[in-house]
Design a protein around this ligand. Structure first.
Ligand code: DNO
Length: 357
């Protein structure tokens, strides 16, 4: 496995490539052209410029998170063809630049959802948290505004203002999209991009829905082992893979996280490893990565990745905000660096234990 850190680019991220380079064991970044709205083409020169910047810092681009999918593709509206064509051009340009792991999601309207971006913990750190009761008590537009207002002025991934300024319109456009239709639209999209992915050996890694249940009655289709296996079987080709995200699948305590990994050998192209602390069904906060700080067994998660031969990029996921750092919620340097070192430590122990006589 190749350890990485997510990086939003020098214009948007408080964390620098130099800092990332100094985290032991981190070989590359997971990045994106953060200023390009979903649906628009990623120009080759911009991709090459980004690649050169990362390589000048002695790192590599080991994956893209995300080339976002336009809502027209998820809704299946007639203009989806234009957006699929644009997506294909972006993939071709990434392929030409030698970047071959692409994370994306198929969540309607909202990407990941949290009800508190800075919940105070007893040690004085702050974390992202979720309480279903809050979601149940407000309308989507108010929810979006509240999230935006509490982000500390940072543009957050998946919460692009230009898209979410139209929350009501989007809800209207999704009114006839149920789970089956969303699933069919995903398969339609994957079939359309398949030849390009195969030509450039691009691995598409769908990100699970976060949380793993419908939010504001919008359908969700990547929420469990059964559901992701259905997508993998519908197009049984290596390009069609998963971003295994412990924090997203793990929002539902019924999901057996190592079991999901073991069910998908060769189809996990990217891994997000982190921990959550569950309080009651539908109420959780993001913990430090350490097993003892949350509800997941990180040792078993890393062991399942190791034993299934996972060799793709892995990244620590959202971190706590600690040591007075000011950064995009979930994406500070310090706690993610601690998370990376911890995951690498687990991996080293598991590997030595498995290979030493
Ligand atoms: C949140 C992230 C998500 C993720 C997308 C992938 O911090 O985990 O925004 O990147 O869902 O497309």
């Amino acid at each position: 496995m190749n350890m990485t850190l997510r990086w939003y680019g020098s214009k948007f991220d408080t964390v620098t490539l130099k800092q990332i380079r100094q985290i032991p064991g981190v070989k590359g970044v997971i990045t994106m052209l953060y200023d390009i709205p979903a649906g628009e083409v990623w120009p080759l020169d911009r991709i090459l410029e980004l690649k050169a910047e990362v390589e000048a810092a002695d790192l590599k681009i080991l994956g893209i998170e995300s080339v976002n999918v336009h809502d027209a593709i998820k809704i299946g509206s007639p203009d989806r063809e234009k957006y699929i064509a644009n997506y294909i051009t972006s993939l071709e340009n990434l392929g030409k630049a030698g970047i071959t792991t692409v994370c994306y999601n198929f969540m309607p309207v909202f990407d990941w959802t949290r009800t508190d971006l800075a919940k105070m913990r007893s040690d004085g750190s702050t974390v992202l948290a979720y309480d279903q009761k809050v979601v149940d008590s407000i309308d989507p537009q108010t929810f979006f505004n509240q999230t935006n207002d509490s982000s500390g002025g940072f543009a957050m991934p998946g919460w692009e203002p230009e898209r979410l300024a139209k929350v009501q319109e989007l809800f209207e456009a999704y009114k006839d999209v149920n789970e089956d239709k969303l699933f069919d639209n995903l398969i339609y999209f994957l079939k359309a991009i398949q030849p390009t992915c195969e030509k450039y050996d691009i691995k598409m890694a769908i990100h699970p829905d976060d949380p793993a249940w419908p939010v504001f009655n919008l359908p969700r289709i990547i929420t469990s082992k059964e559901k992701i296996l259905k997508v993998m079987k519908a197009i049984d080709a290596p390009f069609n893979g998963l971003t295994f995200c412990a924090g997203s699948f793990g929002t539902n305590p019924d999901n057996d996280l190592p079991g999901i990994i073991r069910a998908l050998p060769g189809r996990i192209h990217f891994a997000h490893v982190r921990n959550l602390h569950h309080f009651e069904p539908g109420v959780f906060e993001e913990a430090a990565h350490l097993s003892s700080d949350g509800s997941f067994d990180l040792y078993e998660i890393v062991k399942a990745l190791y034993e299934t031969g996972f060799d793709g990029p892995v990244r620590p996921d959202h971190g706590r905000m600690i040591w007075d750092e000011v950064a995009m919620p979930g994406y500070g340097l310090y706690d993610r660096a601690i998370g990376a070192a911890y995951i690498l430590g687990l991996h080293e122990a598991i590997e030595k234990n498995a290979t030493r006589k």
